[in-house]
Design a protein. Structure first.
Length: 412
């Protein structure tokens, strides 16, 4: 048995936040100091999409090289314990409750919060660092919750930073333009950062990233993910990713490139090619072009949130199917609903709302299906071949409905 009060602590202050309140990095830093968290080499992943894929493949690469790796991602695939992993395997609910208890006890020494709160993603990050110390980890891989400089991952000076594609998501929160958002995300770097690797970006975003990184580190931004580049070919051959297709391949390659740079700058032995190929071939990412079967239907589930991602997911579906009976789409207001619907033109679409996620607004899909009404039977009623697209909170709920195994993401 676990104490739900211990895990509820992760959401306590966030649940009591008031309009206008922001996450309180100052108090989060004080909490980190109180806990005495370890100064381990850190590979931090920021970006608008694909961070979890990059973090998972980076972790797998490092494990293949003999490192003991704790990974923190946001949110969990199905449950909160999925957020923290040791060598690709999620921690137990009991371990998570124990971490929550220790965070709660340490937080009692903090000054009272005013117009700020300890955010859930920040507290899970601190819990992951605490677990890394307990587990004797060699390296931590951290996925930013939303931003970079404005996110609690910035409390950990990153050794290497990986930047996935950045686009106009969270406009008005992280910045008013994609370039401003990119500057916040790239702002996670510090003077201790030894390398920054990025996927190709639009010109304005690339310029913002380069200026931010140069201003804080004096280093250039490395671009290992250029299509047709020698490094992409080398990474694909070395890691066994040449057969990986679909929208998640660039993010997987980025994670591999970042992990290789971490090994280089920390003086650790390079990964053995055969061992690396073996471990990376075992990676399974539920909710990233993943296939699932329930009585009466087969589902392709993908966390696409913009038009290009949706189009890529459809292409994967048509590799196996000659028709699609229904597409379920769940996108809150800050996602690219118009772009996704345009990519789905001509297909039967049902939109889904998640009114129980109070942080997400669904004003554009008020008439959609309520997530509470979605059951395995209801899924099967849509047809034999179903594509499920949307925010990770939604795909996580669908993974839960179909009983997807999210405990172990790769064989270490």
């Amino acid at each position: 048995m676990t104490d739900e009060g211990d895990t509820a602590f992760f959401y306590d202050e966030w649940g009591r936040r008031r309009p206008g309140d922001r996450r309180d990095l100052r108090r989060a830093a004080l909490l980190a100091d109180t806990l005495g968290l370890p100064g381990l080499p850190a590979l931090t992943v920021v970006g608008s999409k694909g961070k979890g894929t990059a973090a998972t493949y980076a972790s797998a690469w490092l494990v293949a090289a003999g490192c003991r790796v704790v990974t923190v991602t946001s949110p969990g695939l199905r449950r909160d314990s999925d957020r923290i992993r040791l060598d690709g395997t999620a921690i137990s609910e009991r371990d998570l409750a124990g971490l929550g208890r220790r965070l709660r006890d340490a937080a009692r020494s903090l000054p009272p919060h005013g117009a700020g709160y300890l955010s859930p993603s920040g507290l899970f990050t601190l819990a992951g660092l605490l677990y890394a110390r307990d587990a004797g980890a060699d390296v931590v891989v951290l996925e930013a919750g939303m931003g970079g400089a404005s996110d609690e991952v910035s409390l950990v000076p990153p050794t290497v930073v990986a930047i996935t594609q950045v686009f106009g998501e969270h406009l008005g929160v992280l910045g008013d333009t994609p370039a401003e958002i990119a500057a916040d995300k790239a702002g996670v770097v510090s003077e201790l950062t030894r390398a920054v690797v990025s996927l190709p970006q639009t010109p304005d975003v690339a310029a913002a990233i380069e200026a931010t990184v140069a201003g804080r580190t004096g280093r250039p931004v490395e671009l290992p993910g250029l299509p047709g580049s020698s490094e992409v070919s080398e990474l694909s051959a070395l890691s066994g990713l040449s057969a990986l297709s679909g929208p998640h391949r660039p993010n997987a390659l980025l994670g591999c490139a970042a992990a290789r740079r971490l090994l280089q700058v920390t003086g650790r032995p390079a990964a053995d090619a055969a061992r690396t190929a073996e471990v990376l071939a075992s990676v399974r990412l539920p909710g990233r072009v993943s296939w699932h079967t329930i009585p009466g239907a087969t589902l392709l589930v993908d966390s696409a949130v913009e038009g290009n991602g949706a189009a890529a997911a459809l292409a994967e579906a048509y590799r196996r199917w000659d028709r699609i009976d229904r597409v379920l789409v769940c996108l809150p207001d800050h996602k690219d609903l118009e772009g996704v619907l345009a990519a789905l033109d001509g297909l039967p679409v049902t939109t889904v709302r998640m009114p129980d996620r109070e942080s997400l607004r669904f004003t554009r899909t008020r008439d959609g299906l309520d997530i509470a009404d979605l059951t395995p039977g209801r899924l099967a009623s849509f047809g034999e071949r179903i594509v499920v697209l949307g925010t990770v909170y939604f795909t996580g709920r669908v993974l839960d409905l179909v009983g997807a195994d999210t405990t172990r993401l790769f064989a270490g």
